[in-house]
Write a protein that binds this ligand. Sequence first.
Ligand code: SF4
Length: 594
Amino acid sequence: MPEPDLVLIHVPSVYDFRQEAILYGPIADFAPAPFAFEIFPLSYAPVAEYLERAGYSVCMLNLAQHMLDDAQFDAEKAIAGLNPIAFGIDFHWLSHAQGSLAVAQIVKALHPETPVILEGFAASYYHRELIRYPQVNYILRGDSIEEPLLQLIECLLLKRLPEQVPALTWRTQSGEVAENHSEAPPTSADDRALRGNHSSLSYQKGYPAAVGLIARGCIRNCLTCGGSAYAYQYVHGRQSPGYRTPESLARDLRDVRCYDNGSVYVPCDITQPGMDYAYRFLQAMRDFPKLICLDLLQPTPRKFLQDMADALPHLALQISIGSHDPEIRQALGKNYSNRAIEQTIEDALSLGCKCLNLRFTVGLPRQDYDSVMATIAYCDDLLTRFQDERLQPSIAPLLPFLDPGSIAFEEPEQNGYRLRFRSLEDHRRALLAPTWKQVLNYETEWMTVNDIVRATYDATVAMARLRAKHGLISEEDAKELEALVNQTRRLMAEIERVLTLDDTEQLQDTLRALKPEIDAVNLAGSWKSDLSFASKKCEWQEAVNSMSGGHLRGAQGLWRSIRGRLTRRQDTTGNTTKAPPAHVSCDWFRPPSI
Ligand code: SF4
């Protein structure tokens, strides 16, 4: 294979998660591989396509996925064997703060002369902090970096200074930090950046799922969302969303589906750009032969549900309701009554929707412990009333961070949040903390971190019991999950006791000794994620629970993955491959290093 011009690396959340002793607990229950967060951001697809159309070869290296798949995968060797014009590292989610900087450091050590470019939402937000790290050469800001990245690669190739590259933060030859001006992000569907493929495939445990984006930006302002209108304006200067045409979205989803045979998910309500858009999308996807899940952001008229069901014979729906309490929902930016959303549930089920996923959250404004448990009681009422296994309630905490750029992060006090840390370096170090409790970057006026942990564990157990009661999972599965939660609680208490030790060396030795047990709980959690939430009868739910990355391919299949998919760390018989030697990072205990 010829050398790629650009290698885009997707890093694990924590490098090297295989060696660290970190208890992920419920994060492992709610995200299939929380230590890796191995899904590619969808922005990679159009970026790679844009550069390939300009004649550059782009290689996408999903380090997180490879490290997850193979305990022996040597990330440094894989990076050492590459020789591109530049390495790009996505830093879209703040949960990758440690992994992005650690991998950038490795790249720089192995290829001191090759530029390292960071991009993504978190990179844009923290660009001034990022440029202070010696392993980072360039940061491309904004939600549409296709053209700036192309210009930067051309500058690097021709050894020109990138003074004219838009939205670039970099160091000049004299070592000063320069922030090039930004251009207005594209809003027209005709723009080349928005015409590119915005879809990707996710795999895990044999369940593929294709995901497709309708837009860059959003018109809504959900309080905790880093993809809200507020956040896009605050971080990227975007005044309005840039929608793709419904036909191009449908084309991508149908093309991606050519590679596989699983489900399709379109996040964010297709009615957001207007009803004309929604009906054009339905027309373009009419009679789609596989399960397709669409988000509903609000109660929806029966007539439109009927039209969706008529067009899509395998329709699934997802409603992120947040809380059963309308006052809490209102504080979150979701202003509708229980009666109205229950009518939508009733209509959707009666019209033949294959699965209706109802998502609740822990860690919301105005929500206390009792309110979280009242949500479970509300779910019991709903399941008793509808008696329908297609209705799938689930509950999960806001993890691990409040999104920077969201209203809650930028105006925490006004909205009842208390931020535990704010800077990039604080987040980077927090990710190395020994339990998920220390990783959380927020608490609320109504729940401390301890309350959020307690509510999360109690609600997880209560939801599993409820699901068993209504036949959505078996009694054995519910008991197994409860035992796992109890084990996680006990281990967290033990780690907290260890953290009170004064002697850092003794503390690290004790944590190291706990690593096998921590690993067992993390892996059990991630492999049992579908016990808590999935009905074995619902193909879509299994696909969503397993939606965690894999190897991204484009509409034309242009992009290459550096290595083929490897044997998973744990095979279907439960055998695990030998793990690398235990290591406990002391970075969390040290003062900031920059
Ligand atoms: S969660 Fe709310 S604000 Fe965020 S993308 Fe979805 S609709 Fe928009």
